[in-house]
Design a protein. Structure first.
Length: 387
C-alpha cells in the first residue's frame, strides 16, 4: 500500500491509557490507515515530527462561525486550521430563519467540519448589543416559533445538536415576557427530544436552581464565569448540585470568551477537583487573534495545562468528549485507523506566557502548546518550514 502522507518519529498521545507512544501515522486519501503493510519508500510526502506530539485534529466546541450572516462570526478555515483545529461547533449563531443560509454558505463549503446548535431566537445572533448599534436578541417565549424550530431540527438533524439559549439578565428579563425563557426552552427541548446548550453568564436563576433542569449531555456553557450567579456558593464551594450534575453526565464547557472566565472561580473549582468536560474558546471577531484573553484554542488549552490539568485531560476535552457529543466518535478526535485524517502536530514549548481573565487579573506561566502543522481531511493545510 502506497501512502499519501507518512508522519514519522512523533510522540502520539494515547488517551485510552494516559500514555505517550512512539508511533508513525499513515494517510491514504482523507483517512488514517494501518501502516503495517505500507510501502514507506514510495510515500508521496513524509513529515518528520521528531520532538513533536502528534494529536488528533482539535475540536473547538463553542465558537461563532456564521461569517457573513452575523456581525460577530469568524471565517472557520482562516482562524481554525493554522491553530490545529479541524472541527467546530457553532454555538447558536443562527436561528430557524437563517439556518439554511448558514448551511449553504458556510457549513457545506468549509474544510473545517462544522456542527451547530440552533438558537431559539428566530434570527439567532444576527447582531449583538442593543440601542442604535445592534439588535439585542428577543428571548421572549411568546416569539418562539415552535413549529419552525421543530421543522428545522427535523430537516437538519444530521448537523444540529440541540437548542441554544443565552440566559443573561440583560436579555432574559423583559417587562412583558410571557414566561421564563430558560424554563420554556427546557420544556421545548424535552418535547422535541433534543439537547440543551445554555449561556449562563449573569443568569436570572442561581446555578444551584438552574442545574436541576439539565440532563445528560446538556451543555452548561461558560462554567467558570464570575459575573452574577457562578457555580460557587457564598463560601466559595462548588455547589453539591453542580458536582452531582457532572457525575450524571451534564457537560460543563469553559467556553472562555472575553467576558466569561474568572481565575478566582476556575482556580477555586479546580482545587476542589471540579474540571471542565470541554475546553473551548467562544471565538468571535472580537477575540480571535485579537486579545490575550482568548486568541486561539491552543492558547486556552495552554492556560488549563498551566493551571494544573494533565495534558491527557486537556486533550480529552478538545477531542474525545466533543467528538462523542457531535456523534462523530471514531471519525474525529482520534488517530485510530479509519478515522478522518485530521491531525495537529504540536510542540510543548517552555516560554513565558501571560493569561488574563475577564476582570483583568493576569497570571504568569511558562508552558505553551504551539502548533507546527495541521492536516485536515488528509490535506496539509498548514505547515511550518521547520518545527
Amino acid at each position: 500500500m502506497k501512502l499519501d502522507v507518512l508522519i514519522k518519529n512523533g510522540l502520539v498521545v494515547d488517551l485510552d491509557n494516559n500514555n505517550y507512544v512512539n508511533r508513525n501515522i499513515g494517510i491514504v486519501g482523507n483517512r488514517i490507515v494501518d501502516i503495517e503493510d505500507a510501502d514507506a519508500a514510495h510515500t508521496e510526502t513524509v513529515i518528520d515530527a521528531a520532538g513533536c506530539m502528534v494529536l488528533p485534529g482539535l475540536i473547538d466546541f463553542h465558537a461563532h462561525v456564521y461569517q457573513g450572516g452575523t456581525a460577530i462570526s469568524v471565517n472557520p478555515d482562516v482562524i481554525c486550521l493554522p491553530n490545529g483545529v479541524t472541527s467546530v461547533v457553532d454555538a447558536g449563531s443562527s436561528g430557524w430563519v437563517n439556518y439554511a443560509n448558514f448551511r449553504q454558505t458556510v457549513i457545506n463549503p468549509s474544510m473545517v467540519k462544522i456542527k451547530s446548535y440552533l438558537n431559539v431566537v428566530n434570527v439567532g445572533l444576527a447582531t449583538l448589543g442593543g440601542g442604535p448599534t445592534g439588535y439585542l436578541e428577543n428571548t421572549n417565549p411568546a416569539n418562539y416559533n415552535i413549529e419552525r424550530i421543530a421543522q428545522t431540527l427535523a430537516e437538519y438533524k444530521d448537523n444540529i445538536l440541540g437548542l441554544k439559549l443565552r440566559y443573561s439578565q440583560d436579555i432574559a428579563r423583559g417587562k412583558n415576557y410571557s414566561a421564563d425563557p430558560f424554563l420554556t426552552t427546557v420544556d421545548l427541548v424535552r418535547k422535541l427530544e433534543t439537547t440543551l446548550c445554555v449561556h449562563v453568564t449573569d443568569s436570572l436563576l442561581a446555578a444551584d436552581e438552574l442545574i436541576g433542569h439539565f440532563r445528560k449531555d446538556d451543555i452548561y456553557a461558560h462554567c467558570f464565569h464570575g459575573t452574577g450567579n457562578s457555580i460557587l456558593d457564598a463560601h466559595g464551594e462548588v455547589y453539591a448540585s453542580i458536582k452531582e450534575a457532572q457525575t450524571r453526565g451534564v457537560i460543563f464547557d469553559c467556553s472562555n470568551g472575553v467576558a466569561h472566565f474568572d481565575f478566582a472561580v476556575a482556580s477555586n473549582a479546580m482545587e476542589q477537583g471540579f474540571y471542565p468536560d470541554i475546553i473551548s474558546t467562544d471565538l468571535t471577531q472580537r477575540n480571535s487573534l485579537r486579545t490575550d484573553k482568548v486568541f486561539s484554542l491552543l492558547f486556552i488549552m495552554s492556560k488549563y495545562l498551566n493551571m494544573g490539568m494533565s495534558f491527557f485531560d486537556v486533550l480529552r476535552a478538545v477531542t474525545q468528549t466533543p467528538a462523542r457529543l457531535m456523534k462523530m466518535s471514531g471519525d474525529i478526535g482520534t488517530l485510530q485507523p479509519g478515522a478522518f485524517a485530521d491531525i495537529a502536530i504540536v510542540k510543548l514549548r517552555k516560554q513565558a506566557i501571560t493569561f488574563e481573565d475577564t476582570r483583568g487579573i493576569k497570571v504568569e506561566a511558562d508552558r505553551y502548546i504551539d502548533n507546527c502543522a495541521t492536516i485536515c481531511k488528509g490535506q496539509i493545510v498548514y505547515r511550518r518550514h521547520t518545527f
